[in-house]
Design a protein around this ligand. Structure first.
Ligand SMILES: O=C([O-])CC(=O)C(=O)O
Ligand SMILES: [Mg+2]
Length: 550
């Protein structure tokens, strides 16, 4: 039975409210009570009929980008319909509202911006930040995704157009974890852009100014966090797609001050760890015996390496043994300890034992005899035929993860990797790829995307009221996800469950992380049953409530 909701708005105001609007699904009684006669055509449709009509319209559109734009319009006019579409057709809709199409949407955000959604907090207007947040429309906000748009996927600086990412991520919180859309808030911190195309575009929607840096930037971030904490003391604050130079320092500065995490560092690390744990469990191996090459030493690369290091320590390796298993590279080659300007994370994984040898990727691959290759470089095509063939020569089941997003920036295609490795590689990508034909069988390509982690983590935070997000909660989330690996029961199975199961995944991740939150003392003690009840009680489903006049 649907709920009955008391609603004060009527007429056009009600139709203009995306969370309350039902379009043609308003019943004749509601049309009478809320003064909708004449504003709507006469037909009354069910939600199912609206979904069918919307799918038909979407199918006829010429491109994923056109479908994204239309879906955003549905979201801004009727959120129930939008989420009904997403939950019923998650596999088809995910690549449209999220990676990869959201990348193009960010690049073309100035063209497609139509209606306000979320908040653009710009540096020149910093003095009015508290007033903007004070709007009663945001009273129920429980979770915020914030970006400054500087490193959108592998597409670099998209300025204020980066707003596409918080909107996309939050739509996954709702689709996968059932977090009510009115509890979510996407925010762009518009601190300028160094993207010359945007600066020269007369239609650019953001602050036309080079990025502010240093103390001014830090003070702006501080002001934002302080304002958020004052407005919503228990909010979960999710940082997304900041530059590597800012992502880790921001996380370190605030992680002990409020309930906050960085998805690119911690979410990506957890899903990658889950995929690798799944691969290792299937072959009875230990991670501490593997050798890992990480191509990309930004926030994602360091985050993944740190969590994998923790797995090795948990397996009983000493820190020295475990660190000797990692080779981390960036565009300048292998990271060596004597290189100037290393971040704390890079310095941890920098090699001390690589003397007078070339540091290029090819040499490092050859000499390290890596069994696991992870790409978070943002650069298309770096995993060449030679790299993959050499790896497959000394390794029975090489683990090769080209994780860069969107699809156009992937280090290699799964098809090529499989061809070059005699179909022996365990491959997983960051963006969606079409299925492969392996030995005459269709094989789904795993998508090691943080979408397997952050919705469930958010659900955990809301359900437990956790005051902090610990690293061990991400490890627990990774293990919770790995416990659902199809490879456990089927040697030919995938590393991760299909995206059609993202809801089930979110619940498993939420439960695992929540148990850990209790153990870590960052929330009150709850029994397993209590945790499960609290998680389930949050869930919002896209159905129309019945409205009665206030
Ligand atoms: O958004 C995605 O698909 C994954 C992610 O966080 C990134 O690539 O920055
Ligand atoms: Mg990201």
């Amino acid at each position: 039975m649907n709920k009955t909701l008391s609603v004060a708005l009527c007429g056009q105001d009600l139709l203009n409210h995306p969370f309350l609007n039902k379009g043609l699904a308003f019943t004749p009684e509601e049309r009478e009570a809320f003064e909708l006669h004449g504003l709507l055509p006469r037909a009354v449709l069910t939600l199912d009929q609206q979904v069918d009509a919307a799918l038909k319209f979407l199918d006829a559109l010429p491109s994923p980008f056109a479908r994204h734009v239309h879906l955003r319009e549905v979201q801004d006019t009727n959120e129930t319909l939008f989420y009904a579409l997403l939950t019923r057709r998650i596999e088809a809709m995910l690549p449209l509202v999220y990676t990869p199409t959201v990348g193009e949407a960010c690049q073309r955000f100035s063209e497609i911006w139509q209606r306000p959604r979320g908040l653009f907090l710009s540096y020149p207007e910093r003095d009015s930040m508290d007033d903007v947040l004070a709007n009663p429309a945001y009273d129920d906000v429980r979770i915020i995704v914030v970006t400054d748009g500087e490193r959108i996927l592998g597409l670099g600086d998209q300025g204020a157009g980066g707003m596409g990412i918080p909107i996309g991520k939050l739509s996954l919180y709702t689709t996968c974890a059932g977090i009510s859309p009115d509890q979510t808030l996407p925010i762009v911190l518009d601190t300028g852009t160094n993207n010359q195309d945007l600066l020269q575009n007369p239609a650019y929607i953001g602050w036309r100014h080079e990025r502010i840096r240093g103390p001014e930037y830090d003070a702006f971030i501080e002001r934002f966090v302080t304002a958020v904490q004052a407005r919503w003391p228990h909010v979960a604050l999710h940082w997304e797609d900041f530059s590597s130079a800012n992502a880790a320092p921001i996380l370190e500065r605030y992680r002990n001050r409020l309930c906050t995490f960085n998805d690119d560092i911690q979410g990506t690390a957890a899903v990658t760890t889950a995929a690798i744990l799944s691969a290792k469990a299937a072959h009875d191996g230990k991670l501490k015996d593997e050798t890992i090459v990480m191509l990309g030493a930004g926030s994602a690369g360091v985050g993944i390496a740190r969590l994998l290091l923790q797995v090795m320590l948990d397996e009983g390796a000493s820190e020295e043994e475990a660190l000797s298993r990692f080779y981390m590279l960036d565009q300048d080659g292998l990271i060596l300890a004597d290189r100037a300007g290393l971040s704390e994370g890079q310095a941890l994984f920098a090699r001390r034992d690589w003397k007078e040898r070339p540091t290029d990727f090819g040499t490092v691959m050859q000499e390290s005899r890596a069994s696991i290759l992870i790409g978070v470089s943002g650069v298309k095509g770096l995993f060449t035929e030679k790299i993959v063939r050499d790896m497959a020569e000394h390794c029975e089941r090489p683990i090769i993860f080209p994780l860069s997003n969107p699809t156009s920036h992937s280090e290699a295609t799964p098809e090529d990797i499989m061809a070059w490795s005699d179909e022996r590689a365990l491959v997983s990508t960051g963006s969606p790829f079409p299925p492969l034909d392996l030995h005459g069988r269709t094989h789904r390509v795993d998508q090691t995307n943080n979408a397997y982690i952050f919705p469930g983590l958010g659900l955990c935070l809301l359900a437990t009221g956790a005051t902090r997000v610990t690293d061990s909660m991400f490890m627990a989330a990774a293990r919770g996800l790995a416990s659902l690996s199809p490879l456990r029961d089927n040697p030919d199975g995938n590393l991760l469950p299909p995206v059609t199961q993202l809801r089930r995944v979110a619940f498993a991740v939420a439960e695992a992380a929540a148990r850990q939150a209790c153990e870590d003392g960052v929330c009150p003690e709850f029994s397993d049953d209590e945790l499960r009840d609290r998680i389930r009680s949050i869930v919002w489903t896209p159905e129309y409530d019945h409205y009665e006049k206030v």
